[in-house]
Design a protein around this ligand. Sequence first.
Ligand code: STR
Length: 419
Amino acid sequence: MNCPHAARDAASNGGAVVIDPMVQDLDGETARLRDAGPLARIELLGVPALTVTRHALARQLLVDPRLVKELDAWGLWQRGEVTHEWPLIGMIDAGRSMFTVDGAEHRRLRTKTSQALTPRRLEEIRPAIEEFTGELLDALAEQAEKSKDGVVDLKSVFAQPLPMRVVGMLMGVDEAEHPMLMKRYKAFFSMLTPEEERLALLAELDVFYAALVREKTARPTDDLTSALILAEEGGEPLTEEEVVGNLKAMVAAGHETTIGLILNAVRALLTHPDQLRKVLDGEVPWEAVIEETLRWDTPTTHLLMRFATEDIQVGDAVIAKGEGVVISYRAIGRDTEQHGTDADAFDITRPSPIRHMTFGHGPHICPGAALSRVEARIALPALFGRFPGLRAAVADDEIRKLPVMTQNDMAAFPVLLHG
Ligand code: STR
């Protein structure tokens, strides 16, 4: 690799937007990306890529079969200019699963998971999600009681454990393992984690998931992991590697992204009290809060990565064969061509339905979309119902993002439960 971790300025890299690993100014960076055009040049820790910053272009490229997930199609990887030393490689080289494969094989890997996550099937687990929510609201009250100033971290006590419990239940991961998993994923996503440590923790996770898959093979239960193992009549069963790949994709995606949805919605409502009033008065449905949060403050900032298998003409520009293409969902949510000149404003009264693209588009569209909506639809009204005086314990500009390049992660969200 040329100049791996050096943050070069725009002048020395042909005007590419350098993505800040410390995430010091997410709104500024989102605006710069949008201003850099529909297909912007970016630099990710010294590695050049293109990124899509417009809704319409993403809609087109996300169904283009010339863009593939297969890492071996990446020119920089073929030439050894990107290696496992690049801190973001784990976002792409995540094992064989529905996240990393295209075409007919992708359908084979994905079908069972998407069937298990339809709104109808999710009705069956709604009572369990409500129960987890109630328990975690109790935990919030307890923690606030214990702290001398009444301040409690809404992230670590509520928004983080809830999605972990839900995806854990769905996939059959024992509750005793949840703290271990949350700790490892936190380190995986953080740019401050030393590279050896990141590689070691991924290896440990692989050992853990492989053991779980073997256990479920020996003693299947009624979770999705067991369903993925069991051969379909007439169909080609998934290999152990494929089940492990899907399992880890589900756990990583299922808990990481929904934390952001819940926290960003609470933050947006607390900083827009007039809109919170409308929701609590029943004038605007919770669904509108959820969809507007998904558009305005996307849990995923950038999704890595697809590769061009041939030259692709895009307007006057060309995505050259072998180039890497990122999808910048946060910029896409703020696309003025799609959402109007006030795209930067949080407004739950926008004409419905809000056509955002936060769950992606095309064959890889998020299979967990309905699940995350159910979780947020339960968690948000329950939280504000139990603590109507909920407010932030720090000024909004004191809320820090974690040093995570691809995800929109708050470090913590200190709140007071009673206004
Ligand atoms: C994290 C590391 C891992 O072991 C497996 C995966 C595959 C699924 C990925 C996940 C990753 C990172 C977060 C992703 C998720 C799919 C959806 C989620 C990209 C690489 C989003 O942020 C949209």
